[in-house]
Ligand binder design. Structure first.
Ligand code: URA
Length: 260
């Protein structure tokens, strides 16, 4: 059976340093498989150990995956240059060294943001070769026009001259200022610039999905949930756009219309 030192196991999966782990163990705060372990250099079974620190289970996964419903006013970076970092929203029990937001949402954008310390997965997810689509719901200043469907499908040219990959867009039924849009790339302010190129304006933008990771309706703004590695692999099995729009229209449309 593969074994690992207890302090290495915990420090790789939490924000605790080895010296903190040593003193926590000495004071009886670390439990492995139901029994207090006082020596932090004890070897434990890597695959089956259930470890708790101060009564809180340590995630067995080496990497952490957190889905955040990003609120307005937070920046998608680990630094605090332009505002408060989304990292401030992570509850203490999920914090860990090396976490970063995989991908960006603008400071005023809302919705699904994956935060992880798995650089390989983030790279795979963000690589254009993986074709991971992202679906956004936007609130527009002016009514949606059906001509947008073909213009976006053909690959719209932005005012900068950049050409976008073909994208799908769909108005929300009975609500001509709300639309879903699906992108396979992530240029700077892309959704806003695409609607600006058809002389409309995005007033509010919420990302509802990243590949097959879908923002749950019960995850409030500013809330986080830990995902398992197997859930994260869903990233690479995205939903069908039309089906998604039909399934998610109710709750999120009401949210976009009612929350300023
Ligand atoms: N497109 C935008 O314009 N803003 C975002 O935050 C994401 C996509």
């Amino acid at each position: 059976m593969p074994v690992i030192r207890l302090d290495k196991y915990i420090s790789e999966r939490s924000d605790y340093s080895r010296s903190q782990i040593k003193s926590l163990a000495a004071s009886g705060k670390i439990v492995v498989n139901g029994a207090i372990v006082k020596k932090s250099d004890t070897k434990i079974d890597l695959e089956s150990a259930a470890v708790e620190v101060c009564g809180i289970p340590v995630s067995a996964s080496k990497f952490r995956y957190i889905l955040l419903n990003k609120p307005d006013g937070y920046v998608s970076s680990t630094e605090e240059h332009d505002g408060i970092s989304v990292m401030q929203l992570i509850p203490p029990e999920l914090r860990k060294k090396g976490l970063f937001p995989a991908g960006r949402l603008d400071k005023d954008s809302l919705g699904a943001l994956l935060i992880t310390d798995d650089g390989e997965l983030a790279h795979r997810m963000l690589s254009p070769k993986s074709h991971v689509p992202k679906i956004y719901l936007v609130k527009l200043d002016r009514s949606f026009e059906s001509k947008y469907i073909d213009i976006f499908a053909d690959g719209i040219k932005l005012s900068s001259g950049e050409i976008c990959l073909p994208a799908r867009v769909k108005a929300v039924e009975n609500c001509d200022k709300l639309a879903f849009i699906e992108l396979f790339e992530g240029k700077y302010h892309q959704v806003k610039r695409m609607f600006a190129a058809v002389e409309n304006h995005v007033e509010k933008l919420m990302r509802l999905s990243v590949g097959g990771l879908i923002l749950p309706e019960n995850l409030g703004l500013g809330q986080c949930m830990e995902l398992l590695h197997k859930d994260v692999e869903n990233l690479f099995s995205p939903p069908d756009f039309d089906r998604f729009c039909a399934d998610y229209v109710g709750y999120f449309s009401a949210f976009m219309l009612n929350n300023q």
